[in-house]
Write a protein that binds this ligand. Structure first.
Ligand SMILES: N[C@@H](CCC(=O)N[C@@H](CS)C(=O)NCC(=O)O)C(=O)O
Length: 201
C-alpha cells in the first residue's frame, strides 16, 4: 500500500500511529507528498481530488481518504481494537476522535490566518477561544482518558496536543490543561508516538 505522507502533518501522524500500534508499518510504502491549501498538487490529485494528505492507495489501485477512513481501514486490516465495538466505549472514543480532529482543523486554519499579511483579529480570537475551550473540556476528561483502553480517540487527542507543541508553543497549553498534560506525558512515551514526532524538513 502506498501512503501519501509528510513528517509534519498531524493527520498523517494519526495514520502512522495506528499503523504502528497495529503492526502494519512495514506494509506501507511512504511517498513524500506536499499538500498546501494554496497550491494543489497534481500528482497527489491523481489519487485524491481534494489534494490532501493522508491518502492511501491500496495494491489494487483503490484509494482511501481521509485520516478517519484510513485509520478505520487499518484497524480492520490489522483486526485491532482501536475502534471499540462496545456501545459506550465506542461513542466516547469517536467523540474524542472528533474533538482531536476538530481541534486540529481549527489550529491549521489559525496558523494559515496568522501567517497572512493582515490577519483578521476576530478570527484569530475565535480560534484561540475554541482551542482553550477544547483543552478545558479535555482536561475535565483526563481521568477518563487514563481509565479506558487506548483507542483512536487517544490517538487523535494526542496528535492535536503534539501539534500544539509543534506549532503553538507560545500558548503553553499544559498551563491551561494540567491534568491532560499528565495524561499526555504517558501517551507520548509510547513507541508509536515517539517515532512519529513532527519534524521540519
Ligand atoms: N480531514 C482530513 C484533513 C487532512 C488535511 O487537511 N491535511 C492537510 C495537511 S496537514 C492537507 O492536506 N492540506 C492541503 C489542503 O488543505 O489543500 C483528514 O483527516 O485527513
Amino acid at each position: 500500500m502506498k501512503l501519501h505522507w509528510s513528517p509534519k502533518s498531524p493527520y498523517v501522524r494519526k495514520v502512522m500511529i495506528c499503523a504502528q500500534e497495529l503492526g502494519l508499518v512495514e506494509r506501507l510504502e511512504l511517498v513524500r507528498s506536499v499538500a498546501a491549501m494554496l497550491k494543489p498538487n497534481p500528482r497527489l490529485m491523481q489519487d485524491n481530488p481534494l489534494s490532501k494528505i493522508p491518502t492511501l492507495v491500496l495494491d489494487d489501485g483503490f484509494t482511501l481518504f481521509d485520516s478517519v477512513v484510513i485509520c478505520e481501514f487499518l484497524n480492520d486490516l490489522g483486526q485491532g481494537t482501536l475502534f471499540p465495538r462496545q456501545s459506550a466505549e465506542r461513542w466516547q472514543s469517536l467523540r474524542w476522535h472528533a474533538i482531536g480532529d476538530g481541534l486540529l482543523d481549527a489550529l491549521i486554519l489559525w496558523r494559515n490566518e496568522r501567517e497572512r499579511e493582515a490577519p483578521l483579529k476576530p478570527l484569530i480570537e475565535a480560534f484561540e477561544l475554541k482551542t482553550r475551550a477544547c483543552l478545558e473540556q479535555l482536561d475535565d476528561e483526563a481521568q477518563a482518558l487514563n481509565e479506558v483502553p487506548f483507542s483512536i480517540g487517544h490517538v487523535a487527542v494526542g496528535c492535536a496536543l503534539g501539534y500544539l507543541d509543534y506549532r503553538f508553543g507560545a500558548l503553553n497549553w499544559p498551563e491551561i490543561a494540567p491534568r491532560l498534560a499528565v495524561w499526555y506525558e504517558e501517551a507520548r512515551a509510547r513507541p508509536s508516538f515517539r517515532s512519529t514526532e513532527p519534524v521540519d524538513g
